[in-house]
Design a protein around this ligand. Structure first.
Ligand code: AMP
Length: 429
Protein backbone atom coordinates (compact mmCIF):
# COMPACT_ATOMS: atom_id res chain seq x y z
CA UNK A 1 0.00 0.00 0.00
CA UNK A 2 1.27 3.44 -0.89
CA UNK A 3 0.01 6.92 -0.09
CA UNK A 4 -1.24 7.61 -3.62
CA UNK A 5 -3.53 4.55 -3.38
CA UNK A 6 -5.79 6.44 -0.95
CA UNK A 7 -6.86 8.85 -3.65
CA UNK A 8 -5.32 11.78 -1.80
CA UNK A 9 -4.77 14.92 -3.90
CA UNK A 10 -1.40 15.06 -5.68
CA UNK A 11 -0.16 18.02 -3.62
CA UNK A 12 -0.58 16.04 -0.40
CA UNK A 13 1.09 12.92 -1.81
CA UNK A 14 3.96 15.15 -2.89
CA UNK A 15 4.35 16.57 0.62
CA UNK A 16 4.31 13.04 2.08
CA UNK A 17 6.96 11.91 -0.40
CA UNK A 18 9.08 14.88 0.59
CA UNK A 19 8.89 13.64 4.19
CA UNK A 20 10.41 10.40 2.95
CA UNK A 21 7.59 8.15 4.18
CA UNK A 22 7.57 4.99 2.10
CA UNK A 23 4.30 3.49 3.22
CA UNK A 24 1.44 4.33 5.55
CA UNK A 25 1.61 3.13 9.15
CA UNK A 26 -1.24 0.84 10.32
CA UNK A 27 -3.22 3.71 11.87
CA UNK A 28 -2.85 5.72 8.67
CA UNK A 29 -3.94 2.75 6.55
CA UNK A 30 -7.18 2.55 8.53
CA UNK A 31 -7.89 6.15 9.44
CA UNK A 32 -7.24 7.85 6.10
CA UNK A 33 -9.94 6.03 4.06
CA UNK A 34 -12.51 6.32 6.87
CA UNK A 35 -11.95 10.05 7.27
CA UNK A 36 -11.93 10.65 3.50
CA UNK A 37 -15.30 8.91 3.50
CA UNK A 38 -16.70 11.57 5.78
CA UNK A 39 -17.19 9.24 8.74
CA UNK A 40 -16.68 10.17 12.35
CA UNK A 41 -13.73 8.22 13.68
CA UNK A 42 -12.72 7.01 17.11
CA UNK A 43 -9.16 5.76 17.00
CA UNK A 44 -7.02 4.24 19.74
CA UNK A 45 -3.51 5.23 18.82
CA UNK A 46 -0.63 6.57 20.80
CA UNK A 47 2.08 9.05 19.96
CA UNK A 48 4.65 7.45 17.70
CA UNK A 49 2.15 5.53 15.56
CA UNK A 50 1.92 8.21 12.87
CA UNK A 51 -1.53 9.31 14.03
CA UNK A 52 -0.91 13.00 13.26
CA UNK A 53 -0.50 12.36 9.54
CA UNK A 54 -3.37 9.86 9.92
CA UNK A 55 -5.83 12.65 10.61
CA UNK A 56 -4.06 15.63 9.03
CA UNK A 57 -3.78 14.25 5.49
CA UNK A 58 -7.46 13.32 5.04
CA UNK A 59 -8.50 16.51 6.86
CA UNK A 60 -6.57 18.60 4.35
CA UNK A 61 -8.00 16.52 1.50
CA UNK A 62 -11.57 17.03 2.75
CA UNK A 63 -11.12 20.78 3.11
CA UNK A 64 -9.61 20.89 -0.37
CA UNK A 65 -12.72 19.31 -1.88
CA UNK A 66 -14.52 22.64 -1.65
CA UNK A 67 -13.09 25.89 -2.85
CA UNK A 68 -12.03 28.36 -0.16
CA UNK A 69 -14.87 30.89 0.08
CA UNK A 70 -14.10 34.39 -1.20
CA UNK A 71 -13.28 37.08 1.35
CA UNK A 72 -12.06 36.28 4.84
CA UNK A 73 -11.41 32.58 5.30
CA UNK A 74 -13.75 30.93 7.83
CA UNK A 75 -12.28 28.47 10.34
CA UNK A 76 -13.15 25.09 8.83
CA UNK A 77 -11.17 22.69 11.01
CA UNK A 78 -10.18 22.68 14.68
CA UNK A 79 -7.65 20.35 16.27
CA UNK A 80 -7.65 20.34 20.08
CA UNK A 81 -4.59 19.04 21.93
CA UNK A 82 -3.77 18.77 25.64
CA UNK A 83 -0.43 20.62 25.68
CA UNK A 84 1.18 23.63 24.09
CA UNK A 85 4.09 21.58 22.80
CA UNK A 86 1.79 19.11 21.12
CA UNK A 87 -0.29 21.95 19.63
CA UNK A 88 2.86 23.52 18.17
CA UNK A 89 4.03 20.21 16.76
CA UNK A 90 0.68 19.29 15.26
CA UNK A 91 0.47 22.68 13.61
CA UNK A 92 3.96 22.15 12.23
CA UNK A 93 2.72 18.88 10.72
CA UNK A 94 -0.39 20.58 9.32
CA UNK A 95 1.80 23.26 7.71
CA UNK A 96 4.23 20.63 6.47
CA UNK A 97 1.74 18.23 4.90
CA UNK A 98 -0.34 21.12 3.59
CA UNK A 99 2.49 23.18 2.18
CA UNK A 100 1.47 22.62 -1.44
CA UNK A 101 -2.26 22.72 -0.70
CA UNK A 102 -2.67 26.44 0.02
CA UNK A 103 -4.38 26.05 3.39
CA UNK A 104 -3.74 28.51 6.17
CA UNK A 105 -3.34 27.28 9.72
CA UNK A 106 -2.43 28.76 13.06
CA UNK A 107 -1.73 27.62 16.58
CA UNK A 108 -3.43 29.00 19.67
CA UNK A 109 -2.23 28.27 23.20
CA UNK A 110 -1.79 29.96 26.56
CA UNK A 111 1.35 31.29 28.18
CA UNK A 112 2.03 33.72 25.34
CA UNK A 113 0.41 37.04 24.40
CA UNK A 114 -3.15 37.05 23.07
CA UNK A 115 -2.69 39.86 20.58
CA UNK A 116 -0.53 38.14 17.94
CA UNK A 117 -3.05 35.28 17.97
CA UNK A 118 -5.94 37.74 17.64
CA UNK A 119 -4.20 39.36 14.65
CA UNK A 120 -3.64 36.04 12.91
CA UNK A 121 -7.21 34.94 13.56
CA UNK A 122 -8.53 38.24 12.25
CA UNK A 123 -6.67 37.77 8.98
CA UNK A 124 -8.45 34.43 8.53
CA UNK A 125 -7.28 30.81 8.81
CA UNK A 126 -8.71 27.51 7.58
CA UNK A 127 -7.34 25.38 10.41
CA UNK A 128 -6.73 26.11 14.10
CA UNK A 129 -4.67 23.88 16.35
CA UNK A 130 -5.37 24.84 19.95
CA UNK A 131 -5.26 23.94 23.60
CA UNK A 132 -8.74 24.19 25.12
CA UNK A 133 -8.18 26.94 27.72
CA UNK A 134 -6.81 29.63 25.42
CA UNK A 135 -9.27 28.79 22.69
CA UNK A 136 -12.07 29.40 25.19
CA UNK A 137 -10.52 32.79 26.00
CA UNK A 138 -10.77 33.67 22.29
CA UNK A 139 -14.32 32.38 22.12
CA UNK A 140 -15.31 34.51 25.12
CA UNK A 141 -13.66 37.59 23.64
CA UNK A 142 -15.25 36.83 20.27
CA UNK A 143 -11.89 36.90 18.57
CA UNK A 144 -12.64 33.56 16.92
CA UNK A 145 -15.71 32.41 15.04
CA UNK A 146 -16.25 28.66 14.84
CA UNK A 147 -19.75 28.75 13.39
CA UNK A 148 -18.63 27.42 10.00
CA UNK A 149 -16.52 24.58 11.32
CA UNK A 150 -16.59 21.36 9.29
CA UNK A 151 -14.09 19.09 11.08
CA UNK A 152 -13.19 18.73 14.78
CA UNK A 153 -10.24 16.62 15.91
CA UNK A 154 -9.60 15.74 19.56
CA UNK A 155 -6.00 14.62 19.77
CA UNK A 156 -4.79 12.69 22.83
CA UNK A 157 -8.29 12.92 24.27
CA UNK A 158 -7.38 10.75 27.25
CA UNK A 159 -4.68 13.22 28.27
CA UNK A 160 -7.09 16.11 27.93
CA UNK A 161 -9.43 14.35 30.35
CA UNK A 162 -6.54 13.53 32.70
CA UNK A 163 -5.55 17.16 32.72
CA UNK A 164 -9.03 18.24 33.69
CA UNK A 165 -10.06 19.82 30.37
CA UNK A 166 -13.42 18.09 30.10
CA UNK A 167 -15.48 21.19 30.90
CA UNK A 168 -13.44 23.37 28.57
CA UNK A 169 -13.89 20.81 25.79
CA UNK A 170 -17.61 20.69 26.31
CA UNK A 171 -17.81 24.48 26.23
CA UNK A 172 -15.85 24.60 22.98
CA UNK A 173 -18.07 21.94 21.43
CA UNK A 174 -21.17 23.94 22.36
CA UNK A 175 -19.86 26.63 19.99
CA UNK A 176 -19.55 24.30 16.99
CA UNK A 177 -22.13 23.42 14.37
CA UNK A 178 -23.84 20.09 15.10
CA UNK A 179 -23.39 19.09 11.50
CA UNK A 180 -19.67 18.33 11.36
CA UNK A 181 -17.16 15.51 11.14
CA UNK A 182 -15.57 14.60 14.48
CA UNK A 183 -12.40 12.57 14.93
CA UNK A 184 -11.29 11.41 18.36
CA UNK A 185 -7.79 10.07 18.95
CA UNK A 186 -6.87 8.60 22.29
CA UNK A 187 -4.28 6.22 23.67
CA UNK A 188 -7.01 4.22 25.36
CA UNK A 189 -10.75 3.69 25.07
CA UNK A 190 -11.42 4.06 28.78
CA UNK A 191 -14.96 4.34 30.12
CA UNK A 192 -14.53 8.09 30.39
CA UNK A 193 -13.45 8.36 26.77
CA UNK A 194 -16.40 6.24 25.67
CA UNK A 195 -18.71 8.55 27.62
CA UNK A 196 -17.18 11.61 26.02
CA UNK A 197 -17.48 10.04 22.58
CA UNK A 198 -21.10 9.11 23.07
CA UNK A 199 -22.48 12.61 22.90
CA UNK A 200 -19.96 13.88 20.43
CA UNK A 201 -19.55 11.36 17.64
CA UNK A 202 -22.16 10.04 15.26
CA UNK A 203 -21.90 6.39 14.33
CA UNK A 204 -18.11 6.44 14.51
CA UNK A 205 -15.79 4.04 12.71
CA UNK A 206 -13.70 2.49 15.47
CA UNK A 207 -10.05 1.93 14.80
CA UNK A 208 -7.65 0.16 17.07
CA UNK A 209 -4.12 -0.49 15.98
CA UNK A 210 -1.61 -2.48 17.94
CA UNK A 211 -0.76 -0.16 20.78
CA UNK A 212 2.54 1.62 20.71
CA UNK A 213 3.70 -1.51 22.49
CA UNK A 214 4.73 -2.70 19.04
CA UNK A 215 7.35 0.02 19.36
CA UNK A 216 8.02 -0.88 22.96
CA UNK A 217 9.12 -4.31 21.73
CA UNK A 218 12.11 -2.77 19.99
CA UNK A 219 13.01 -0.61 22.94
CA UNK A 220 15.60 -2.22 25.15
CA UNK A 221 14.86 -1.43 28.76
CA UNK A 222 16.97 -1.93 31.81
CA UNK A 223 17.63 -0.67 35.28
CA UNK A 224 20.96 0.48 36.73
CA UNK A 225 20.78 0.11 40.50
CA UNK A 226 22.88 2.91 42.01
CA UNK A 227 23.34 4.94 45.18
CA UNK A 228 21.18 8.03 45.48
CA UNK A 229 24.14 10.40 45.46
CA UNK A 230 25.92 8.72 42.52
CA UNK A 231 23.18 9.03 39.93
CA UNK A 232 24.50 12.18 38.33
CA UNK A 233 28.09 10.85 38.03
CA UNK A 234 26.73 7.62 36.52
CA UNK A 235 24.62 9.54 34.04
CA UNK A 236 27.57 11.67 32.93
CA UNK A 237 29.71 8.55 32.52
CA UNK A 238 27.04 6.73 30.49
CA UNK A 239 26.61 9.73 28.19
CA UNK A 240 30.35 10.16 27.70
CA UNK A 241 31.33 6.51 27.36
CA UNK A 242 28.41 5.73 25.09
CA UNK A 243 29.05 8.92 23.10
CA UNK A 244 25.32 9.62 23.29
CA UNK A 245 24.46 12.67 21.22
CA UNK A 246 20.77 13.01 22.00
CA UNK A 247 19.36 11.96 25.34
CA UNK A 248 16.03 12.77 26.92
CA UNK A 249 16.33 12.58 30.71
CA UNK A 250 13.35 12.57 33.05
CA UNK A 251 13.27 13.97 36.56
CA UNK A 252 10.36 14.06 38.96
CA UNK A 253 10.48 17.74 39.79
CA UNK A 254 11.06 21.04 38.01
CA UNK A 255 13.72 21.95 40.51
CA UNK A 256 15.44 18.60 39.95
CA UNK A 257 15.37 19.18 36.19
CA UNK A 258 17.05 22.59 36.52
CA UNK A 259 19.63 21.27 38.96
CA UNK A 260 20.54 18.28 36.82
CA UNK A 261 20.87 20.36 33.65
CA UNK A 262 23.26 22.69 35.50
CA UNK A 263 25.29 19.80 36.87
CA UNK A 264 25.62 18.19 33.45
CA UNK A 265 26.83 21.51 32.06
CA UNK A 266 29.45 21.48 34.83
CA UNK A 267 30.49 18.05 33.56
CA UNK A 268 30.91 19.63 30.09
CA UNK A 269 27.80 17.96 28.71
CA UNK A 270 25.48 20.45 27.02
CA UNK A 271 22.03 20.30 28.57
CA UNK A 272 18.76 22.23 28.79
CA UNK A 273 15.79 21.81 31.10
CA UNK A 274 12.18 21.93 29.97
CA UNK A 275 9.33 22.17 32.46
CA UNK A 276 6.18 24.03 33.34
CA UNK A 277 7.91 26.96 35.05
CA UNK A 278 9.80 27.88 31.88
CA UNK A 279 8.28 30.40 29.54
CA UNK A 280 6.89 29.09 26.31
CA UNK A 281 9.72 30.79 24.42
CA UNK A 282 12.34 29.12 26.61
CA UNK A 283 10.71 25.72 26.14
CA UNK A 284 10.47 26.11 22.38
CA UNK A 285 14.08 27.23 22.20
CA UNK A 286 15.31 24.32 24.35
CA UNK A 287 13.43 21.85 22.18
CA UNK A 288 14.76 23.40 18.97
CA UNK A 289 18.34 23.36 20.28
CA UNK A 290 17.93 19.74 21.25
CA UNK A 291 16.47 18.77 17.88
CA UNK A 292 19.27 20.53 16.06
CA UNK A 293 21.90 18.82 18.20
CA UNK A 294 23.05 22.03 19.88
CA UNK A 295 22.40 20.45 23.27
CA UNK A 296 22.98 16.77 23.94
CA UNK A 297 20.66 16.37 26.89
CA UNK A 298 17.12 17.58 27.37
CA UNK A 299 16.03 17.22 30.99
CA UNK A 300 12.26 17.17 31.27
CA UNK A 301 9.45 16.61 33.73
CA UNK A 302 6.59 14.34 32.70
CA UNK A 303 4.11 17.11 32.10
CA UNK A 304 6.52 19.14 29.96
CA UNK A 305 7.48 16.09 27.91
CA UNK A 306 3.93 15.15 26.94
CA UNK A 307 3.50 15.19 23.24
CA UNK A 308 7.11 16.07 22.45
CA UNK A 309 7.73 14.85 18.94
CA UNK A 310 11.38 14.18 18.52
CA UNK A 311 12.33 11.90 15.68
CA UNK A 312 14.38 8.78 16.27
CA UNK A 313 15.33 9.50 19.81
CA UNK A 314 17.94 6.88 20.64
CA UNK A 315 18.14 7.24 24.43
CA UNK A 316 15.68 7.92 27.18
CA UNK A 317 16.89 7.94 30.77
CA UNK A 318 14.77 7.90 33.87
CA UNK A 319 17.03 9.81 36.24
CA UNK A 320 14.21 9.35 38.71
CA UNK A 321 11.31 6.96 38.31
CA UNK A 322 7.90 8.56 37.82
CA UNK A 323 5.38 8.66 40.67
CA UNK A 324 2.75 7.18 38.42
CA UNK A 325 3.73 3.87 36.77
CA UNK A 326 1.83 4.64 33.55
CA UNK A 327 4.13 7.65 33.06
CA UNK A 328 6.99 5.16 32.68
CA UNK A 329 5.34 3.78 29.56
CA UNK A 330 4.78 7.29 28.20
CA UNK A 331 8.38 8.22 28.92
CA UNK A 332 9.96 5.27 27.19
CA UNK A 333 7.60 5.72 24.26
CA UNK A 334 9.76 8.73 23.39
CA UNK A 335 12.38 6.38 22.05
CA UNK A 336 12.24 3.77 19.31
CA UNK A 337 9.53 5.64 17.44
CA UNK A 338 8.06 4.60 14.09
CA UNK A 339 10.30 1.56 13.80
CA UNK A 340 13.59 2.96 15.07
CA UNK A 341 15.42 1.17 17.83
CA UNK A 342 15.85 2.80 21.18
CA UNK A 343 17.17 2.25 24.66
CA UNK A 344 15.42 3.26 27.83
CA UNK A 345 17.24 2.97 31.10
CA UNK A 346 16.40 3.85 34.63
CA UNK A 347 18.79 4.89 37.37
CA UNK A 348 17.16 3.46 40.46
CA UNK A 349 18.19 3.98 44.06
CA UNK A 350 16.94 2.28 47.18
CA UNK A 351 14.22 4.92 47.70
CA UNK A 352 12.51 3.94 44.49
CA UNK A 353 12.10 0.18 44.91
CA UNK A 354 8.36 0.40 45.41
CA UNK A 355 7.94 2.60 42.31
CA UNK A 356 10.00 0.07 40.34
CA UNK A 357 7.77 -2.80 41.49
CA UNK A 358 4.66 -0.83 40.47
CA UNK A 359 6.13 -0.21 37.03
CA UNK A 360 7.02 -3.86 36.57
CA UNK A 361 3.48 -4.78 37.47
CA UNK A 362 2.08 -2.37 34.86
CA UNK A 363 4.38 -3.56 32.05
CA UNK A 364 3.89 -7.16 33.09
CA UNK A 365 7.49 -8.22 33.48
CA UNK A 366 10.58 -7.58 35.58
CA UNK A 367 13.15 -5.17 34.17
CA UNK A 368 16.67 -6.40 33.68
CA UNK A 369 19.10 -5.06 36.36
CA UNK A 370 22.61 -4.13 35.27
CA UNK A 371 25.05 -2.88 37.90
CA UNK A 372 27.69 -0.60 36.36
CA UNK A 373 31.23 -1.26 37.59
CA UNK A 374 32.31 1.51 39.92
CA UNK A 375 28.68 2.36 40.72
CA UNK A 376 27.70 -0.69 42.75
CA UNK A 377 24.92 0.30 45.16
CA UNK A 378 25.75 0.16 48.85
CA UNK A 379 23.53 -2.61 50.31
CA UNK A 380 23.42 -0.68 53.59
CA UNK A 381 21.96 2.49 52.13
CA UNK A 382 18.71 3.19 53.96
CA UNK A 383 15.63 4.24 51.98
CA UNK A 384 14.42 7.81 52.43
CA UNK A 385 10.86 8.96 51.75
CA UNK A 386 10.53 10.38 48.22
CA UNK A 387 7.94 12.95 49.10
CA UNK A 388 7.98 15.26 52.02
CA UNK A 389 4.65 15.14 53.80
CA UNK A 390 3.00 18.49 53.35
CA UNK A 391 0.22 19.94 55.43
CA UNK A 392 -2.76 20.36 53.12
CA UNK A 393 -4.27 23.84 53.14
CA UNK A 394 -7.32 24.20 55.36
CA UNK A 395 -9.66 24.46 52.37
CA UNK A 396 -8.39 21.17 50.97
CA UNK A 397 -8.67 19.44 54.32
CA UNK A 398 -12.27 20.47 54.66
CA UNK A 399 -13.22 19.58 51.09
CA UNK A 400 -15.51 16.64 50.57
CA UNK A 401 -13.73 13.71 48.92
CA UNK A 402 -15.88 13.84 45.80
CA UNK A 403 -15.16 17.48 44.99
CA UNK A 404 -11.47 16.84 45.54
CA UNK A 405 -11.27 14.50 42.54
CA UNK A 406 -8.73 15.99 40.13
CA UNK A 407 -10.71 15.39 36.96
CA UNK A 408 -13.83 17.26 37.87
CA UNK A 409 -13.09 20.60 36.43
CA UNK A 410 -11.46 23.65 37.81
CA UNK A 411 -10.89 23.97 41.52
CA UNK A 412 -11.93 27.08 43.35
CA UNK A 413 -9.24 29.68 43.56
CA UNK A 414 -8.30 29.74 39.91
CA UNK A 415 -5.58 27.06 39.83
CA UNK A 416 -5.78 24.90 36.74
CA UNK A 417 -6.83 21.32 37.49
CA UNK A 418 -3.55 19.84 36.32
CA UNK A 419 -1.67 21.94 38.84
CA UNK A 420 -3.82 20.59 41.59
CA UNK A 421 -3.49 17.06 40.31
CA UNK A 422 0.28 17.40 40.36
CA UNK A 423 0.21 18.81 43.83
CA UNK A 424 -1.80 15.80 44.90
CA UNK A 425 0.72 13.44 43.27
CA UNK A 426 3.19 14.70 45.80
CA UNK A 427 5.96 16.37 43.81
CA UNK A 428 6.40 19.76 42.21
CA UNK A 429 6.69 18.58 38.64
P1 AMP B 1 2.93 10.71 15.53
O1 AMP B 1 2.42 9.42 16.06
O2 AMP B 1 1.95 11.39 14.66
O3 AMP B 1 3.48 11.57 16.62
O4 AMP B 1 4.16 10.36 14.54
C1 AMP B 1 5.31 9.75 15.00
C2 AMP B 1 6.48 9.92 14.05
O5 AMP B 1 6.32 9.07 12.91
C3 AMP B 1 6.64 11.33 13.52
O6 AMP B 1 7.97 11.68 13.69
C4 AMP B 1 6.32 11.23 12.04
O7 AMP B 1 7.11 12.11 11.29
C5 AMP B 1 6.63 9.79 11.72
N1 AMP B 1 5.77 9.22 10.67
C6 AMP B 1 4.46 9.50 10.43
N2 AMP B 1 4.00 8.77 9.39
C7 AMP B 1 5.02 8.00 8.97
C8 AMP B 1 5.15 7.03 7.92
N3 AMP B 1 4.15 6.70 7.11
N4 AMP B 1 6.37 6.46 7.76
C9 AMP B 1 7.40 6.76 8.58
N5 AMP B 1 7.34 7.67 9.58
C10 AMP B 1 6.17 8.29 9.79
Amino acid sequence: MEFQDFGLPAELVRAVNEQGYKEPTPIQAQAIPAILNGSDVMAAAQTGTGKTAGFTLPLLARLGERETPKGKRPVRALILTPTRELAAQVQESVANYGRHAGMKSTVVFGGVGMQPQVDRLRRGVDIIVATPGRLLDHIRQRTVDLSQLEILVLDEADRMLDMGFIHDIRKVIAELPRQRQTLLFSATFSDEIQKLALGMLTDPVRIQVEARNTAVEIITQHVHPVNRASKRALLSQLIRNGDWRQVLVFTRTKHGADRLAKQLEQDNITAAAIHGNKSQTARTRALADFKQGKVRVLVATDIAARGLDIDQLPHVVNFELPNVPEDYVHRIGRTGRAGNEGAALSLVCVDEMKLLKDIERVIGRPLDRQVVTGFEPDPNERPQPLFKKRQAPAAARNRKPQSAAPRRGKPAGGARPQQRQRAMAGGKR
